[in-house]
Design a protein around this ligand. Structure first.
Ligand SMILES: Nc1ncnc2c1ncn2[C@@H]1O[C@H](COP(=O)(O)OP(=O)(O)OP(=O)(O)O)[C@@H](O)[C@H]1O
Ligand SMILES: [Mg+2]
Length: 257
């Protein structure tokens, strides 16, 4: 059996121990995680087949016409589904704690530069300015570069998706013993009552808002990935225009023990 024990100090200096049997709860949690992992694995194979068939068909179609529109739609929707499956799978792995975390120094400035390059074409297609502001001193973090990158991708993806006009600025800098990276946009903002909830799984602010695609998983994954490294993530917004998402990580370089 699995027992969860809590010690509560009481006035006379003694402790009260509370034991709770969580065997069944843990079992159900494992079943749920395995279910998600299996399901996303099963979906991936037919999805890859669908995508390949659409691509083959696409190569044989004329450049214009209804058939082209529909085949492009099939490819886009297959990609969206693949993204959702990737996110679900990632969450299942994070839940099951099977993900290894690195703790190595890496340059936050380099990471931000590479990130901006990767998203530049998409920003231009949406007529948005995407730029970096890095500090003169050079920000080095200690943590997991790939996980930080993935978290930031999810945040920049949001900024570009929800912003209609204006710009998305990614900053990197140092704040005492931490490094900080922020993603700031000129989008619609997030009402204060929703700010603390957007990091929850499947949470979307006003699902009807513009009908923008997304399953509400990106930020919950980002939070997981940042917290695994001992970092923090918060969102700030005036509620009606612009959002800032702020990540803080331990600062490098590592001092030898
Ligand atoms: N930069 C932003 N501007 C305005 N609203 C935002 C912004 N970032 C997040 N949100 C709100 O927070 C919600 C949760 O974001 P999250 O990234 O978790 O989900 P999503 O983008 O809807 O879906 P997914 O990331 O899984 O594709 C979004 O649906 C949106 O309502
Ligand atoms: Mg998102």
């Amino acid at each position: 059996r699995i027992l969860q024990v809590r010690a509560v100090p009481i006035k006379d200096g003694s402790l009260v121990l509370l034991a709770r049997d969580v065997t069944r709860l843990r079992y159900l949690e494992t079943v749920r995680q395995q279910f998600v992992a299996n399901l996303s694995h099963e979906i991936r194979t037919p999805l890859a087949g669908l995508d390949l068939a659409a691509q083959t068909l696409s190569a044989q179609l004329p450049a214009e016409g209804d058939a082209r529109l529909f085949i492009d739609r099939i490819t886009q929707e297959a990609q969206r589904l693949a993204d959702i499956v990737f996110n679900l799978n990632q969450l299942a792995a994070l839940d099951a704690e099977v993900i290894a975390v690195e703790r190595l120094p890496f340059s936050l400035d380099d990471l931000v530069g590479a990130l901006i390059d990767r998203f530049q074409a998409r920003a231009a297609a949406g007529r948005l300015v995407l730029r970096a502001e890095t500090s003169a001193e050079g920000a080095t973090a200690v943590g997991d570069r790939a996980k930080t990158d993935q978290a930031l991708q999810n945040i920049v993806d949001n900024a570009l998706k929800f912003t209609q006009v204006g710009e998305v600025v990614v900053t990197a800098g140092v704040d005492r013993d931490r490094v900080e990276v922020t993603v700031r946009d000129t989008g619609p903002g997030i009402p204060s009552r929703d700010l603390s909830r957007i990091f929850e799984r499947f949470y979307k602010v006003d699902r009807s808002r513009g009908g923008l695609p997304g399953s509400g998983l990106g930020l919950s994954i980002a939070r997981h990935l940042v917290e695994l490294q001992g970092g923090t993530i918060v969102a700030e917004s005036s509620g009606s225009s612009g959002t800032i998402v702020r990540i803080r990580l331990p600062r490098g370089p590592l001092t030898s023990p």
